[in-house]
Design a protein around this ligand. Structure first.
Ligand SMILES: NC(=O)c1ccc[n+]([C@@H]2O[C@H](COP(=O)([O-])OP(=O)(O)OC[C@H]3O[C@@H](n4cnc5c(N)ncnc54)[C@H](O)[C@@H]3O)[C@@H](O)[C@H]2O)c1
Length: 382
């Protein structure tokens, strides 16, 4: 029986945690997933802590909502802890906050052999991971992700980065965490928009290579919309398994890891066109990108139209974005220009993740920009 065939048992899910291993030799680590997993932090941290001391980096929102829960669990585990609280939002992933953070970590006397915890969404995770990679030439860190996007994507795989005036995620390092602790309960306080943006990445895993998982998501749409804990635990676990498998096969994105970019070429162009602002969250861009990647595959004659229709129907039933118009974008030429800036474009040919159907995605290196332009023009005319 595949994981996707498993029936949800809410009682069982609330009692037990799932553990997914990221197999990277001596840099392997566990992702522990479940309701209340943070209460168990001592059990998971003890084996990797050299001394009972943890420096937690978080943002103001996460600290206000969930700081007490984590602190109480650390107190019970008799792990000494201190917090560094940063402002929330993408603006924190910059040089200024990297400097502030590294200074404060040094003020807190974080030494090699100590562990720093990134407690928050992808912004905190990316910034803290990068700071940990350079502090004293590298200290260990753990991820305690609190957004759906961070639990299923950014906390796993070791990509860390900050943004610069040249663009997003341009300065960073590969630095794997020692542990990821994904407490499903944290997701209950996420604003709906953030929740749905993270959900786009969950759907992506079904579309890449796991059609039964997409079927399961479709069948459990209402439970997922209501953030049913058992449904969430299962969805996060399957997503983490998929990401762990791809990262283990290709840690530095030299091959198959590019499949994780399904929907991203469109998504990044849309994010650039909306100025990386609140007008369009990353996951909202990915939701539109997934639909466009399937539509492009249909246009190229390699994907059944019914599959593209199912993707669109699933996302729109949850109230997610499915068209560039949902992001207020209508300038095809501008989107094509953004794609041309992308390092994936060479001689007007762009590396794209296409699909032969749901769960059948592949890396294509022969999509021409004029084919993309035709698709976008049709999408915006229709
Ligand atoms: N490293 C990677 O592999 C990778 C992958 C995808 C995305 N990313 C990065 O992740 C970032 C986006 O991450 P994100 O979507 O988690 O954004 P985020 O970290 O900005 O979090 C979104 C908002 O939700 C708030 N929040 C966090 N947890 C909450 C909770 N439990 N309840 C209520 N509010 C909560 C935060 O304070 C913030 O305001 C981007 O910078 C992107 O580049 C990195």
């Amino acid at each position: 029986m595949s994981l996707s065939d498993r029936k949800i048992d809410p009682a069982a899910a609330s009692r037990s945690f799932d553990t997914v291993k990221v197999a990277l030799g001596e840099r392997s680590y566990d992702i522990v997933i479940g309701s209340g997993a943070s209460a168990d932090i001592g059990t998971h941290l003890r084996p990797i802590l050299r001394r009972p001391r943890l420096t937690i980096v978080t943002d103001e929102t996460v600290y206000r909502l969930h700081g007490e829960t984590l602190n109480a669990a650390l107190d019970v585990a008799k792990i000494d802890h201190r917090e560094i609280v940063l402002p929330p939002g993408e603006g924190t992933k910059d040089w200024t906050h990297l400097e502030v953070l590294t200074d404060r970590l040094l003020d807190a006397k974080v030494e090699r052999g100590d562990i720093v915890a990134a407690f928050g969404g992808g912004v905190v995770g990316d910034l803290v991971g990068f700071a940990a990679s350079i502090l004293r030439r590298g200290v260990d860190f753990v991820q305690i992700p609190t957004t759906l996007l961070a639990q299923v994507d950014s906390s796993v795989g070791g990509k860390t980065a900050i943004n610069t005036r040249h663009g997003k995620n341009l300065v960073g390092a590969f630095h794997q965490p020692r542990l990821v602790l994904a407490d499903i309960d944290f997701l209950q306080t996420l604003p709906e928009r953030e929740y749905l943006a993270g959900y786009a990445e969950v759907v992506k895993y079904g579309l890449i290579d796991d059609a039964p998982f997409f079927d399961w998501l479709d069948a459990n749409r209402e439970a997922l919309a209501k953030r049913d804990p058992a449904a969430l635990q299962y969805a996060v676990t399957v997503s983490c398994k998929a990401k762990a498998r791809i990262v283990a096969a290709d840690e530095r994105e030299e091959g198959v890891r590019a499949l994780l970019n399904l929907g991203h070429t469109f998504g990044h162009a849309l994010e650039a066109e909306t100025g990386y602002s609140d007008k369009l969250l990353h996951g909202e861009g990915i939701s539109i990108g997934l639909v466009l990647a399937f539509d492009l595959s249909v246009q190229l004659g390699i994907c059944p139209a019914e599959d593209a229709a199912r993707v669109r129907a699933h996302l729109s039933a949850l109230g997610m974005h499915t068209s560039p118009r949902d992001a207020g974008v209508s300038d095809v030429a501008a989107l094509i220009d953004h794609m041309k800036q992308d390092k994936k474009v060479k001689d007007d040919v762009v590396t794209f993740i296409l699909a032969r159907g749901i769960g059948k995605s592949f890396i294509s290196r022969d999509v021409k920009l004029d084919q993309v332009e035709a698709l976008l023009s049709a999408a915006l005319a229709g």
